[in-house]
Design a protein around this ligand. Structure first.
Ligand SMILES: Nc1ncnc2c1ncn2[C@@H]1O[C@H](COP(=O)(O)OP(=O)(O)OP(=O)(O)O)[C@@H](O)[C@H]1O
Ligand SMILES: O=C(O)C[C@@H](O)[C@H](O)C(=O)CO
Length: 336
């Protein structure tokens, strides 16, 4: 059964809009930030990570965003280029805005947190007039991520991108990617998230992220089914709710639900799980696989990334995911 009909003849498989940042991941793991001395620098930002993931899986990708006009911005630009991502709609800021930094604290494989430095960041300065309609028209999929809705003018840029995607029949994926520190109030967050979600074909989020969106609604049991059902009255065909190590559940417009277990992992840190899951899942759907197989593929990609030090740089290729699944099937991966 086909749940989403992706356009067939387009130059790009996948384009994302949103933030391009830097991750500084602690080298001394299993320690609090107060005792962490050194970090390794990677490209970061959830939509950037997903795009890198899609590119590693062999998809034709592009990015719409804004980078700082400095060394960090140029580092991001060159990394995207090296990964085969079309950066013709990555605009450089000339107002002195900076690159967002995410310092990661890895206290234990299950206790990780991120300290964000996001004052006057370039990614939130993308303007609606800078979004290229033709690029969206040329893409099978447009992925938006929630953080870009947090402030103007980036908020308007995303809404304009949604308008172009609707006009051209580009499939819209919403990765909720809720980062509370970027927002000023729960009400503002819920209102903008809901407005954007109404236009999306596929929505991916964690239970906690959907709870935030239900600020004005009644779902006392935090029921995944109730959450998903609402979106089928709008544009959604698939709603995926992620539950960390417990796996994920996808609902479809036809009223079916599909579960996927997580794969075993030698966990180094948990962040990056959602981004790699999104890349693997969307890749599978775009190959015409079943929802279960696509979810399972996303779960395997997630286990690879959480077993690694980085998010972006650890995004796996098709060969790596296949090999990981085979090793798991042979019982060779012992969970940590
Ligand atoms: N500890 C774990 N062990 C194995 N797989 C995991 C673990 N945590 C997450 N995953 C896998 O990653 C998928 C997405 O994880 P999760 O629900 O934590 O998303 P997320 O909160 O968006 O991730 P992130 O931490 O990157 O924000 C899960 O469905 C599961 O397949
Ligand atoms: O999303 C961010 O800005 C930080 C990410 O790059 C980080 O790697 C992460 O949390 C992935 O989900």
């Amino acid at each position: 059964m086909t749940y989403v009909s992706f356009p067939t003849t387009r130059k790009k498989d996948f384009t994302a809009i949103g933030r391009l940042c830097i991750d500084l991941n602690a080298n001394e793991i299993n320690r609090p930030m107060e005792e962490t001395m050194t970090f390794t620098k990677y490209v970061g930002g959830s939509p950037a990570n997903i795009t890198i993931g899609m590119s590693r899986l062999g998809m034709e990708t592009a990015f719409i965003g804004k980078i700082a006009g400095d060394q960090m911005g140029r580092f991001i630009q060159s990394y995207l280029e090296k990964n085969g991502i079309d950066i013709s709609n990555v605009v450089t800021d000339h107002t002195g805005a900076v690159t967002g930094l995410a310092f990661t604290e890895i206290k234990s494989p299950t206790d990780c947190s991120i300290l964000m430095y996001r004052d006057n960041v370039a990614d939130l300065l993308l303007q609606a007039s800078e979004v290229q309609e033709q690029l969206i028209a040329d893409s099978k999929v447009l992925l938006i991520s929630g953080t870009a809705l947090a402030q103007s003018p980036s908020r308007e840029a995303v809404i304009q991108a949604l308008t172009y995607a609707k006009k051209h029949g580009t499939i819209i994926v919403f990765d909720l990617d809720y980062r509370p520190y970027t927002w000023t109030s729960d009400e503002e967050t819920a209102v903008y998230y809901n407005l954007a979600a109404e236009k999306c074909d596929i929505i991916l989020g964690t239970r906690e992220e959907f709870d935030m969106m239900e600020t004005f609604e009644h779902n006392p049991e935090h029921s995944d089914q109730v959450t998903a059902q609402k979106w089928f009255d709008f544009s959604a065909n698939i709603v995926v709710i992620k539950h960390g190590k417990e796996g994920s559940i996808a609902y479809t417009r036809e009223g079916l639900s599909h579960r996927a277990n997580s794969y075993p992992a030698q966990v180094v840190k948990t962040f990056g799980a959602g981004d790699s899951y999104a890349a693997g899942f969307l890749y599978g759907l775009m190959q015409g696989w079943t929802i279960e197989r696509s979810m399972s593929y996303g779960s395997a990609a997630a286990s690879i990334v959480i077993s690694s030090h980085s998010c972006s740089d650890a995004m796996p290729t098709v060969e790596q995911v296949n090999e990981y699944i085979e090793r798991c099937d042979r019982g060779e991966i012992i969970p940590s």
